[in-house]
Design a protein around this ligand. Structure first.
Ligand SMILES: Cc1cc2nc3c(=O)[nH]c(=O)nc-3n(C[C@H](O)[C@H](O)[C@H](O)COP(=O)(O)OP(=O)(O)OC[C@H]3O[C@@H](n4cnc5c(N)ncnc54)[C@H](O)[C@@H]3O)c2cc1C
Length: 388
């Protein structure tokens, strides 16, 4: 890719080197339910921080990387090359929080999240509210200098490793009755219990339990921003995370493309390498072509954000990047399994793992259908020419 500065190339190279250190642990993680020994995981987390790959999205004045959006994409792209979520040690804490957090929240949550001492999880989705976040039924009621929280949250990713949660609820009573608000909730805590921990398609150490919050009292100071602000934070987070999903999908597709190219050149069938067979060659060529297009889209979106593109425009562009990169990676993984043949169906094979793992990229942080709706609505409002 053209136009990368020496700083961009340096952080990209550090991230690639780190991904190469993590890759040898993938099969061990796959064989043990996603878990590596605690000291190994702690070592990976420490290394990510030492290499400046942790909190790349957080302000430098608070101890974060202060990286450009493009640099964040370059790092997450490399982390996406690794299966079993081993790259999640290069964590990106909530970048929207420092601007709205009060001084106490900065000290208790933001700085420790940046230094890696604390970790967050998001309790937003409910049984009846996923794509339609506005349909949440969880409640928050003011009681003196506390709020009382109630609700059952689904798919709470990293609940088993996190020590605080963002809990989104609908206010009951008061001037903002019925509006959304976001709270910081320390974990574990009285009234918070895991209902169950379902098994998911991927094999990673971060679980996604259903968690009940029953009359959980949090100090009023744990309200993030103001009453009624809850949805605004969710949108800001979606913009960032959708672009990072796109970046990790680029990494996955990049790794798979490298792996199938090497395999197709060495695997012989019918008297020569399988890459000589037109049908296999077509799968290689389509994969790289789509990856190139996807990378150009994601990098251009990131560059636009760094140059101050209008937020509404970048909102649509982040949706385009997430939509296209996640669907592209799914197609590449499917072809990769096919190119590997029977080997591609073995869990020890990277194509098999990515084939399962990449499926969720079309679901979380807004499904492909929701991304299409966002893009189409922006086209009607602003005109296609402003968006692409
Ligand atoms: C592994 C995993 C981890 C997750 N982690 C978290 C987390 O940490 N915190 C959290 O809060 N949530 C989390 N989620 C939830 C995730 O964000 C939702 O699953 C996602 O937004 C979709 O919501 P849903 O599952 O309720 O599906 P639904 O909203 O019920 O959608 C079902 C289907 O209907 C389609 N659909 C819905 N509405 C429309 C529409 N208006 N137009 C067209 N089609 C539509 C969808 O695209 C989908 O195909 C996670 C999910 C998974 C699978």
């Amino acid at each position: 890719m053209y136009g990368l500065s020496s700083e961009d190339l340096a952080i990209q190279a550090r991230a690639r080197g780190f991904a190469d250190e993590l890759i040898p642990f993938e099969e061990q993680a796959e064989a043990s339910g996603g878990e590596l020994p605690a000291d190994v995981t702690a070592g990976h987390a420490k290394r990510a921080r030492e290499l400046g790959l942790h909190s790349t999205n957080m302000p430098a004045e608070l101890g974060g990387g202060g990286c450009t959006t493009l640099q964040q994409v370059l790092v997450q792209e490399q982390m996406g090359r690794v299966t079993n979520a081993l790259g999640w040690v290069a964590a990106t804490p909530p970048s929207w929080l420092p601007e709205v957090a009060n001084a106490d929240q900065i000290e208790r949550y933001v700085r420790p999240a940046i230094s890696g001492e604390r970790e967050e999880c998001y309790a937003i989705t409910e049984e009846g509210a996923g794509s339609d976040v506005d349909a949440i039924e969880a409640t928050a009621q003011r009681a003196g200098d506390t709020y009382v929280l109630n609700g059952v949250k689904w798919h709470v990713t990293s609940y088993n490793t996190a020590d605080f949660a963002f809990f989104q609820a609908r206010l009951r009573g008061g001037p903002h009755d019925g509006e959304h608000a976001m709270f910081l909730v320390d974990l574990p805590g009285p009234g918070i219990r895991v209902v169950r921990t379902p098994a998911y398609t991927h094999t990673i150490s971060h679980h996604h339990p259903i968690v009940a919050f029953e009359n959980v009292r949090v100090p009023a100071a744990n309200l993030v921003g103001a009453e009624g602000d809850g949805m605004a934070f969710a949108y800001e987070w979606f913009r960032f995370e959708r672009l990072m999903v796109a970046a990790r999908c680029l990494g996955a597709a990049g790794r798979l493309t490298e792996e199938i190219t090497a395999f197709a050149a060495s695997r012989r069938a019918g008297g020569g390498p399988i890459s000589d067979h037109g049908l296999v060659a077509g799968m290689l060529a389509d994969s790289l072509t789509e990856l190139f297009a996807a990378r150009a889209l994601a990098y251009e979106t990131a560059r636009g954000i760094d140059c101050g593109t209008d937020t509404k425009v970048s909102h649509a562009q982040c949706s385009m990047a997430k939509l296209y990169c996640s669907e592209m990676a799914g197609r590449v993984a499917d072809r990769a399994v096919q190119v590997f043949g029977g080997r591609g169906y073995m869990r020890e094979n990277v194509a098999e793992r990515f084939y399962r793992e990449l499926r969720v990229e079309r679901i979380w942080e807004g499904t492909s259908e929701i991304q299409r709706l966002i893009i189409a609505r922006q086209m009607i409002k602003r005109g296609p020419a402003r968006l692409a």
